[in-house]
Every structure is written in C-alpha cells, then in structure tokens.
Design a protein around this ligand. Structure first.
Ligand SMILES: Cc1cc2nc3c(=O)[nH]c(=O)nc-3n(C[C@H](O)[C@H](O)[C@H](O)COP(=O)(O)O)c2cc1C
Length: 170
C-alpha cells in the first residue's frame, strides 16, 4: 500500500505512521549509579564518528533518565538481543517500573564511566557525555566511547511496525 502527504506541514500522525515503517535497533540507555539510576529503551542510537569513537542518541527531555544523564555526565548503550525483550519492556516504563527497579532480572557490569552495561548485550558502549543539544522535545546526546563489549550470537532485537521482532542470522 502506498500513501503520500506534502504541501501543508506534515502531520504528527503521518510522521509517526511513516516512522513505524523504519526498522529500529533496540537498545537500552543506562545512567546513574547505585540507588540513583534510571534508563530507557531507545531506537535512536547511531554512530557519529569512528576516529575518535563517538555515538549519538535522542532522549526525550521529559524522560526520567534525562536529568540523570545530565548529572552523571555519562551513559551506557546496550544493544539488545531477542532474549532481552522483557528488559526492553521494563526500560520503556511498562507496568510503572521506575529507576533502579528497571535493572532487576539481568546482570550488569561497569567498565570506565560507572554507567551500567548489560553483561550479555549484543554490543555495549560505555560513554562519557560530550554535549546535549536540545531540538524539539528531545536532546541529541553526544557521547565519547570510553569502552566497548560485544557478544555476537547471530541475533538482534529490532522494532518494526509497532512491535518487537527477533532478527536471526545463520
Ligand atoms: C521501541 C521503543 C523505542 C523508543 N525509543 C526512544 C528514543 O529513541 N528516545 C526516547 O527518548 N524515548 C524512546 N522511547 C520511549 C522511552 O523508552 C520511554 O518513554 C521512557 O522509558 C519512559 O520514560 P520514563 O523513564 O520517564 O518512565 C522508545 C520506546 C520504545 C518502546
């Protein structure tokens, strides 16, 4: 099925309907230490540069994690596999789970910045915060990658057409 809209300003509904068709890689962003931790599930992570290694993500300023990233000046990016879907749901606030309680039921490690990294994340990036650039409802967060971990089992978790889907490569 094909649709098109243009001329007048693009409506929020048309924008959302189009974005639903863009395949997203599911990651959890973590920030904070100990009791003072939160995190959120995102699909907005991309590489910014390899030399030096930098990443960006887009975080809603109304999210409970935004002030934690600003305060600790660090964040972890954890790219998920299909076995982590329950974790993705916790970190989207499903069931009203908040703060450090989102971390329950998984193993976490820290490397350099103190941000929590999922021990079996497909790929994990430990980042210090360079800058937050406010645009619209979100901030673009730019991170310098201080450490990485990988765990490649030929699987990833993606989000497409409003649902989580496993991606398997033989
Ligand atoms: C698949 C998926 C992808 C998401 N991607 C983003 C994102 O890139 N940036 C963002 O700010 N929120 C994103 N969200 C929404 C946040 O995960 C959610 O609003 C947040 O965890 C709830 O905010 P709270 O911490 O204030 O409860 C996404 C949600 C889902 C389910």
């Amino acid at each position: 099925m094909s649709t098109a809209s243009g001329g007048d300003a693009v409506s929020v509904a048309d924008f959302r309907a189009a974005m639903r068709l863009v395949v997203g890689n599911v990651s959890v962003i973590t920030a904070g230490i100990g009791e003072d931790r939160s995190g959120l599930v995102v699909i907005s992570v991309v590489s910014l540069s390899a030399e030096p290694p930098k990443v960006i993500a887009c975080v809603n300023r109304s999210s409970s994690t935004w002030p934690v990233i600003e305060r600790y000046r660090h964040f972890g990016i954890n790219s998920l596999g299909p076995q982590h879907q329950h974790l993705a749901e916790r970190f989207s606030g499903f069931g009203g789970i908040k703060g450090k309680d989102r971390y329950e039921g998984a193993e976490w490690v820290t490397l350099k910045t103190g941000a929590a990294l999922l021990s079996d994340a497909v790929a994990a990036f430990d980042c210090s915060l360079d800058e937050m650039i406010d645009r619209g409802t979100h901030s673009i967060i730019i991170g310098s990658v201080e450490a990485v971990r990988t765990h490649d089992s030929g699987q990833a978790l993606i989000y497409w057409r409003g649902g989580y889907r496993p991606l398997n490569v033989e």
